[in-house]
Ligand binder design. Structure first.
Ligand code: GLN
Length: 197
């Protein structure tokens, strides 16, 4: 399986390492042509304004929208999730906008208000998942096709919409592979259907 990690800015190497630890072929993606032949795409955290500008500069917005419309698996973490949202409060730039969620940036406060918390994510099993929140956004609203995977103090922090997965925290900064493995489960389903494995 070939998984692309959008490599314009942010926590790219950490996602590639996690995906490699899960025995997939993970590669950085900067140009539209590099999207060809992928089984899935990860959009990492970083700075959503910067990534958004670079997405337009590199002509990546439309190709990623097109893939999403074809039920292609995409996983967005933190800023990556912001870019996937259809609605971003107080955001001048145009997100990719393929996930029916409304998000608010920096909703827990500034850099100094970053924190870690143990999360219950039933779909990953019984053990708690360590969430690293770095100037994290929150998910304020979800459409009917969106499944809530995790809440922290009644705030939605992880969601799934068909093959699109998103969370406001950083699973790639922990040693816990379960969130990435869960994402790969969608992809493996696809790869089997396409005859790739
Ligand atoms: N606050 C950042 C933004 O709005 C996201 C932070 C992150 O990805 N860790 O882009």
């Amino acid at each position: 399986m070939r998984i692309g990690v959008l490599a314009l800015q942010g926590a790219v190497a950490e996602h590639i390492k996690m995906l490699s630890d899960l025995n997939t072929e993970a590669m950085p993606i900067r140009f539209p042509a590099e999207l060809n032949g992928l089984d899935a795409l990860v959009i990492p955290g970083g700075e959503s304004t910067t990534i958004s500008k670079l997405l337009s500069d590199y002509n990546l917005v439309e190709p990623i929208r097109k893939l999403a419309s074809q039920n292609f698996p995409i996983f967005g973490t933190c800023a990556g999730m912001i870019l996937l949202a259809k609605k971003v409060v107080d955001f001048d730039l145009e997100p990719i906008g393929v996930m029916d969620i409304e998000v608010r940036r920096n909703a827990f406060g500034r850099q100094v208000d970053s924190f870690e918390a143990d999360l219950a994510i039933p779909t990953l099993g019984n053990g708690s998942f360590h969430g690293v929140f770095i100037r994290a956004p929150i998910i304020e609203g979800v459409g009917p096709s969106v499944e809530i995977l995790c809440q922290l103090n009644n705030v939605t922090v992880a969601v799934k919409q068909e093959k699109i997965l998103a969370c406001v925290f950083h699973p790639e900064l922990t040693g816990d592979l379960r969130f990435h493995r869960y994402f790969l489960d969608f992809v493996i389903g696809d790869a089997v259907a396409k005859g790739n494995c």
